[in-house]
Write a protein that binds this ligand. Structure first.
Ligand SMILES: [Zn+2]
Length: 386
């Protein structure tokens, strides 16, 4: 590991591409995205370090590792974004709308988005194997690094190689994230939260995560690089006593009018006991409904997620859900009373809550259906295909 440096002193790259290493030997592609939130610079330096490490071992490398800055304009002014959050902008309809806009009507993030999209698409077009994408973030609260991903079996296998705490069901809580967009376009993706924005150790965490992601993607053979042992040890150490796998149950969405304020002192993943005071807003105190996990508490002005609420997942439960998904028993979910398959979308169900009120959503969680949207007496539950 290189010497820890303050993240504020990390140079923002002059152009979108931070660096690229392409082997003559065909193989997988790993695309790393850093600073899609402009104030999260740690990933830029982490990508530079991993590119340097792998450049020294070029003979062992196959395929390609390429790193891009996500929101260059916001990174230059060290803000999360200029006009709007670039990591909430990747619904297909929105991307189409941005592409149709006249250039003069495009805001700062529209331009960033189109450039980033074409850079990633070019990397995909020249790929000679499976394309992986890792999106690197940091958080406003302090805490351990962790990984989140859309719950497909392919993506589970990719992230399970990383010795990071896994938070399931978080990506599905938020619409329009980059990683989900590229999962729909055939990539194997995940996002890593590396620690607190200005903490120099966040760079080390993201460096370790990116190096191990390159190994997991197959950019170099498993165990071939001596540096991976140190990366493993670092991430194991950071996890401490927190569970290996947890899942999100709900999202506490906020608007500026809510005057939401998180109680100080929560880490980005933290245990809470039943009835513990978590936050306050204009309606009064917000307490933990039961013992569980607080995930990504908001300690900065910008953002629409107050916090997420979750719980620990046992490894037995994880194995069980993998086994039943291999059997594809979800073919039969529509036979449950009040449950209907969307005829236009094979991975989406409608649950009529008047009839099916008593079904635990756990049944859907087991099959990876973690994207849940509430409508009038109907829940829409969905997962990524695959
Ligand atoms: Zn972020």
């Amino acid at each position: 590991m290189a010497q820890a440096i303050p993240t504020a002193s990390i140079d923002v790259p002059a152009s979108r591409e931070i660096g690229r290493l392409r082997s003559d030997t065909p193989g997988p592609t790993l695309i790393a995205v850093a600073a899609i939130h402009g104030n999260e610079r740690a990933g830029i330096e982490a990508a530079r370090r991993v590119l340097r490490t792998l450049a020294r071992r070029e003979g062992l490398i196959r395929g390609e590792l390429v790193a891009f800055a996500g929101n260059l304009a916001a990174a230059r002014v060290n803000q999360r974004y200029i006009a709007r959050d670039l990591n909430r902008a990747w619904a297909e309809e929105h991307v189409d709308e941005v592409m149709r806009k006249a250039p003069a009507d495009r805001d700062a993030e529209d331009k960033e988005q189109l450039e980033l999209l074409s850079a990633v698409e070019e990397a995909k077009a020249r790929a000679r194997g499976t394309v992986h994408l890792i999106d690197m973030h940091t958080t406003s609260a302090s805490g351990i690094p962790f990984v989140l991903f859309g719950d497909t079996l392919r993506q589970r296998r990719f992230v399970c190689e990383l010795p990071l705490t896994i938070v399931m069901g978080l990506e599905e809580q938020v619409d329009g994230v980059l990683s989900a967009f590229f999962t729909r376009r055939g990539c194997v993706t995940c996002a890593v939260e590396g620690g607190q924005h200005t903490d120099p150790t966040s760079v080390d965490n993201l460096e370790a995560a990116l190096l191990l992601a390159a190994e997991s993607a197959g950019i170099f053979g498993s165990g071939l690089l001596a540096e991976t042992a140190a990366a493993h040890a670092l991430l194991e150490r950071r996890r401490g006593h927190l569970p290996r796998v947890m899942e999100v149950i709900s999202r506490h969405a906020i608007t500026p009018e809510d005057k939401f304020e998180m109680v100080p002192g929560f880490a980005n993943l933290d245990r809470a006991h039943a009835d513990q005071l978590l936050a306050r807003d204009r309606n009064g105190p917000i307490r933990a409904p039961r013992a569980g996990m607080v995930i990504l508490p908001l300690y900065q002005g910008q953002g629409s997620d107050g916090f997420f609420w979750g719980r620990e997942v046992s490894s037995a439960r994880l194995r069980a859900s993998e086994a039943i998904r291999h059997l594809e028993l979800d073919k039969f979910l529509h036979l449950l009373p009040g449950v209907e398959r969307d005829p236009t979308h094979p991975s989406r169900f409608f649950v009529h809550t008047r009839v099916a009120r008593l079904y635990p959503l756990d049944v859907f969680h087991m099959f990876g259906y973690r994207r849940i949207r509430e409508g009038d007496e109907v829940l829409t539950v969905e997962r990524q295909p695959g």
